[in-house]
Design a protein around this ligand. Sequence first.
Ligand code: UN1
Length: 513
Amino acid sequence: TTEIREMLQELGIKEINPQGATGQVWLDDSEREVRDIISPVDGEKIASVKLATKKDLNQIIETSQEAFKVWRKVPAPQRGEIIRQVGQELRKHKEALGKLVTYEMGKIYQEGLGEVQEMIDICDFAVGLSRQLYGLTMHSERPDHRMYEQYHPLGPVGVISAFNFPVAVWSWNTMLAVVCGDVCIWKPSEKTPLTAIACQHIVNKVIKANDLPEGIFNLVIGDAEIGAAMSADARLPLISATGSTRMGKKVGEVVGARLGKSLLELGGNNAIIITEHADLEMAIRATVFGSVGTCGQRCTSTRRLIVHENVYEEVKDRLLKIYPTLAIGNPLSEGTLVGPLIDKDSVENFKKALQQVQEEGGRVLTGGEVLEGEAYASGNYVKPAIAEAQNHFDIVQTETFAPILYLIKYKGEVEEALSLHNDVKQGLSSAIFSTNMHETEYFLSHAGSDCGIANVNIGTSGAEIGGAFGGEKETGGGRESGSDAWKVYMRRQTNTMNYGKQLPLAQGIKFDI
Ligand code: UN1
């Protein structure tokens, strides 16, 4: 705990009870609902936070609107310079922030560091982007005319993020949006507000050093009610939401009803296909990282393993040798590979899913126990499970945010594997392990994987920030992070300029008056 306290201090967190911030100014009021934050690592209370009210949210939005008027006028490369400084601050605090991510969320320290690295990387990406917010020019059909498009900032953007990537997903959205000239209001998961408070301190330092106004980076700590209020608020032209499909459908509906824009990054039901031409060594490593990494709590976690009958028994045997040897325990300790689940509800969902797969006719081959004893005092530690199942089982069709891998056998050609693969409602990430070109190219073709991410000889999780991240179908269709995902944070304007002395109409229309 001394170490945790030191870390909180390093991150600027002295008093931990604000319900949000409009930049430097921390909202505080004693009459707020207080929520205790319990670490999944040891079950200890780390802190209490207060939950924001709708009045607080209103104040934050008003401040952000004022900040937007200033910020949108700052030239984009100068906005990039601010993000460069944020990236530098993140580098300085990488270890402390990584540890806090681990302690608050439960992912192993290596992954906590990895998450902060994603933030640093997206800052670098955003700095470069700040000089590349390109629009196209096009030739007009009319003489002495010129056409082009420009991208303008949108306004205050609402960012709703989930517990499993408590800081990286914020940074993918916010660093891009801020470079695009928007201001951001961040509602982190109420399960992981401390890492958010730490990030707010980090950006505040940069904002202060550069004499910038309140309201560019804002934080609001609240529950689903605040998320709903953000979705309904027409002053927020874009809501970017990451989380469950259930949450995303609500956000999408409410934002859609006011014809706002939403960027949804929701549940996945990601599969790896292992064909008879796979390098099994690679396939097994990728499968284990994908299914037990982050204790199965990535939206990109591997949930289904679709294996050709000729290699099915071998794959199964290899996995069954590895699973019982996995180091499960304190995620801050070196050597641990699997940390705890986020909370008791997750443990319940894990148990229920394993119960259900058996009721539907599946078979649990390994794992499924909840660990007991002093080392597992939080009660959130489970043994990752493998179950033989059929793709059409209701439970296999459902995203359970826990380390359960469903083994599914296929016969025949890769087409068979793909039809099982695509036969789920979600469409986030996918992978094939094969050294056969016909199979891998089929997988990547229009008839292949229907997911937003499709990998060859790489697992389903651990995408790089440089690509656009997101998926199709019930995953929500949004794209965040790299490539041209920035465009959603801006409004596109088509400009046509007439430098001639006539007024010709488009489409050759004659309209003589
Ligand atoms: C998420 O789980 O919401 O591709 C994001 C990955 C990470 C991001 C996951 N880079 O696994």
